[in-house]
Design a protein around this ligand. Structure first.
Ligand code: SAH
Ligand code: SF4
Ligand code: F3S
Length: 469
């Protein structure tokens, strides 16, 4: 394809958006546009947006808003709002961002090339928030083109992130759980799983390009393939495990209501599947869980974690929590604090409830005061800080296998004299801890055994096992 210009992509939001932006870059490449890191050089500017919380949405509007002035100086520049806010707002997006050229919904990416051509031919204000039967299945056409395949092999899907050994692969789209606070079912549509062949093909290509770790993505990976009558998620893990070159497999997110024994066994039995589970609980109060429409009780959640730890004693467990959901009292919040004490998560992501007008909870009574939400959030984070550190301290003296990701950004002074002048490297353990260590020979992508010597709240450090102590 003839070179037509440069595209700049700004990605906001979850891992799925990071993946989508990589695909967008491939589609652009297929259509003659090369990705640039330099915004000033761009002929097309795309913001891949997120609407999960108010703040994320505002970030998108403020980024795109900046181009009003630039568009005056450079009228041919094409400005695009893509992703979840685009899907949610449709043509309303033009009210706040007059100078937008294309509003590209979450399922419209495969039609992007056509829309760019239309803008160039003089059409303005294009909105495409239509569904698409085909998920990433448009990708084979793109993937099978020589240009794309060589781009993947060379750059690991055109992503500018330095770390080329770990990649996201979305295996399913959409969600039909309808948690009452959440926009995802409205902006990502029905749950649809990709066919396993296309997933395996993509991961095999990534493996050939040197990728060592795959992170399989979906809003509820445990229900992978169920609606389509395809292989189950546990079976998909078996297949991905067989791909040569892939050394580690991670996945997110699992929904507690669907956490099956099959999956627990897959984590236990498949060597490449990492010993880590992200299992969002959202609240420790049964009353709130019910109002959230989560489909499990506090007790069921605790039991599932108990079953999991029984089968996989070394597993790292993380979770998501929302504080200040409508009608959450201080007692409800105390139950969430108690759950943290009871489970002792390795880490948590905690959020103050954000009112989303498309989600049902926005109409619920007894919305919690913003200040109170922040207060609860801080209390929760403070409590968790203690457990995160405690969990890390428990690892001192143990030997963990680390996938080397690169050089440490920060140097630690604590290393022994004869290690001080060595390169300080960083990587992750299977249980998802960041580990720093000195090494003369470790290269990015190596799996290396590190004996843990010390623990910080958010990282560990140690020495290659067998090295001088
Ligand atoms: N599918 C995943 C979550 C996707 S969204 C799951 O079911 O767990 C990621 C996280 O954002 C959620 O787990 C939730 O904790 C948080 N979140 C979603 N909607 C929110 C809202 N309206 N306000 C605050 N946090 C929210
Ligand atoms: Fe949102 Fe619930 Fe679906 Fe997760 S399971 S994406 S929180 S609706
Ligand atoms: Fe945000 Fe859309 Fe992901 S709303 S969290 S980018 S699915």
């Amino acid at each position: 394809m003839k070179f037509k210009g440069y595209a700049y992509i700004n990605t906001i939001g979850c891992q799925m958006n990071v993946y989508d932006s990589e695909k967008l870059a491939l589609i652009l490449n297929y259509n003659g546009y090369r990705q640039t890191r330099d915004m000033d050089q761009a002929d097309i500017v795309i913001c891949n947006t997120c609407s999960i919380r108010h703040k994320a949405e505002e970030k998108a509007f403020s980024f795109l808003g900046r181009f009003a002035r630039i568009k005056k100086k450079k009228p041919d520049i094409i400005i695009v709002m893509a992703g979840c806010v685009a899907q949610q707002e449709g043509k309303k997006a033009f009210k706040r961002v007059h100078h937008l050229d294309i509003v590209l919904g979450t399922q419209a990416f495969s039609r992007f090339g056509k829309h760019i051509d239309a803008v160039k031919a003089g059409k303005n204000r294009i909105v495409d928030i239509e569904d698409s039967e085909k998920l990433y299945e448009i990708m084979p056409a793109v993937l099978e083109s020589d240009a794309a395949e060589s781009t993947i092999l060379e750059h690991g899907t055109l992503n500018f992130k330095e770390n080329k050994i770990s990649r996201f692969v979305t295996i399913m789209q959409g969600c039909e759980n309808f948690c009452t606070y959440c926009v995802v079912p409205y902006v990502r549509g029905k749950e649809r799983s990709r066919n396993p062949e296309s997933i395996i093909k993509e991961i095999s290509l990534l493996a050939k390009s040197g990728v060592k770790e795959i992170n399989l993505l979906g809003q509820n990976v445990n229900s992978y393939g169920q609606l389509e009558g395809q292989i189950s998620f546990a079976e998909l893990l078996v297949q991905v495990s067989k791909i040569r070159g892939i050394q580690r497999i991670r996945f997110a997110t699992s929904h507690p209501k669907d956490l099956s024994m099959d999956l627990i066994h897959a984590i236990r039995d498949l060597d490449k599947v990492c010993n880590h589970l992200h299992l969002p609980v959202q609240s420790g109060s049964d009353k709130i869980l019910k109002k959230m429409n989560r489909g499990y009780s506090r007790q069921t959640y605790i039991k599932r974690i108990f079953d999991l730890k029984k089968q996989c004693p070394e597993i790292g467990v993380s979770t998501d929590i929302i504080v200040g959901f409508p009608s959450e009292t201080r007692d409800d919040f105390s139950e969430t604090m108690d759950l943290l004490r009871e489970i002792k998560f390795d880490s948590i992501f905690a959020f103050a409830y954000s009112n989303r007008s498309s989600a049902p909870a926005s109409k619920f009574s007894h919305q919690v005061d913003e200040k109170e939400k922040l207060d609860r959030l801080n209390k929760l984070l403070e409590l968790q800080e203690h457990y995160t550190k405690q969990k890390n301290l428990e690892l001192i003296g143990k030997t963990l296998e680390i996938l080397v990701e690169g050089q440490s950004v920060r140097k630690h002074n604590g290393f022994k004299k004869n290690h001080k002048n060595m390169e300080q490297m960083t990587g992750r353990s299977a249980c998802n801890k960041i580990v720093h260590f000195p090494s003369e020979s470790a290269k990015i992508g190596d799996l290396i055994k590190i004996q843990i010597k010390n623990a910080y709240p958010h990282s560990l450090w140690g020495y290659p096992a067998g090295a001088l102590n």
